[in-house]
Design a protein around this ligand. Structure first.
Ligand SMILES: O=C(O)CCC(=O)C(=O)O
Ligand SMILES: [Fe+2]
Length: 281
């Protein structure tokens, strides 16, 4: 087994770990430590069955069925199939998951702490996932805004990205947004929380799910989210995960900004996803 740092303080990569090793308490505890302190973990080429993936997630914490029930795997509710593959005219999973910069589920009052993905079928040369540390994002924001951000909160809305369901057909856009806001009430979170294990502050929220910083005027909001977009748009600030079959990639949802990339027609991709809630809290 080898273990190395991906980039300065962000990300840890393991190679040569077997499925068997992932059932071992010492190994799991090493992985969780790496996740807690470096916020992103890549375990290269350790294919797991759905049962094994859920079992691994159980060793880390409590797997939680995805908050949108129709996105769950029919046999394994803890597992979501994220895929653009269509079989016999039916999509086998949810397409275009997370293809914009975001931190996971910030529209919930208390998002699960970790996400675990497995690359089950990954096309060569396409479908990379981009990652960036929210600690680095915060450091890159204008100093005057960082000063104001200390006590600020931001409001996150699922309706910014919510996908229309059959029952929404016929609603006007404001009616649609009102219906979603009723189902998912606005979530208010600190703008720059402290990451407990590292003691570092990070920027929580991006224009994907975040409506606004509550205490900022329109101009400061524009500067804040504009600077985040600019940072994330610079490849130098990004870790680009090029998937190989059986890769396990997991991250701390609050810190790891990430974005899936577009897939060309015919490039079938299947990813198995589990959300995990920390159990010792
Ligand atoms: O499939 C990917 O590359 C990442 C999608 C995503 O944002 C997620 O699963 O949370
Ligand atoms: Fe995501």
């Amino acid at each position: 087994m080898s273990k190395s740092s991906i980039s300065d303080g962000f990300g840890t990569e393991y190679r040569g770990l077997t499925a068997e090793a992932l059932t071992d308490a010492t190994t799991v505890s090493d992985v969780v430590d790496a996740l807690e302190t470096s916020h992103l973990v890549v375990i290269r080429q350790t294919p797991l069955s759905p049962e094994q993936q859920i079992e691994f997630a159980r060793k880390i914490g409590q797997p939680v069925p995805f908050n949108i029930s129709r996105y769950r795997h029919p046999d394994y509710p803890e597992l979501m199939i994220s895929s653009n593959v269509v079989k016999d005219g039916k999509p086998i999973g949810v397409a275009r998951v997370g293809n914009f910069w975001h931190q996971d589920s910030t529209y919930l009052p208390d998002p699960p702490e970790y996400t675990l993905l497995q690359g089950v079928q990954v096309p060569e040369g396409h479908g990379d996932t981009l990652f960036a540390s929210a600690i680095n994002v915060l450091e890159a924001l204008p100093a005057d805004l960082r000063e104001k951000a200390g006590q600020a909160t931001a409001t996150h809305l699922h309706s910014r990205r919510f996908r229309m369901r059959p029952e929404h057909v016929g609603l006007s856009l404001p009616e649609f947004r009102a219906a979603v806001d009723k189902e998912y009430p606005p979530a208010v979170h600190p703008l720059t929380p402290v990451d407990e294990p590292t003691g570092q502050r990070y920027a929580y929220g991006s224009s994907g799910y975040t409506e606004a910083v509550d205490q900022f005027d329109a101009n400061d909001n524009k500067r804040w989210f504009g600077a985040i977009e600019e940072f994330l748009g610079n490849p130098e600030n990004i870790y680009r995960h090029k998937w190989t079959q059986g890769d396990l990639v997991m991250w701390k949802t609050k810190i790891a900004f990430h974005s899936a990339t577009e897939l060309p027609e015919g490039a079938g991709r299947i990813v198995h996803r589990v959300s995990i809630r920390k159990s010792n809290r």
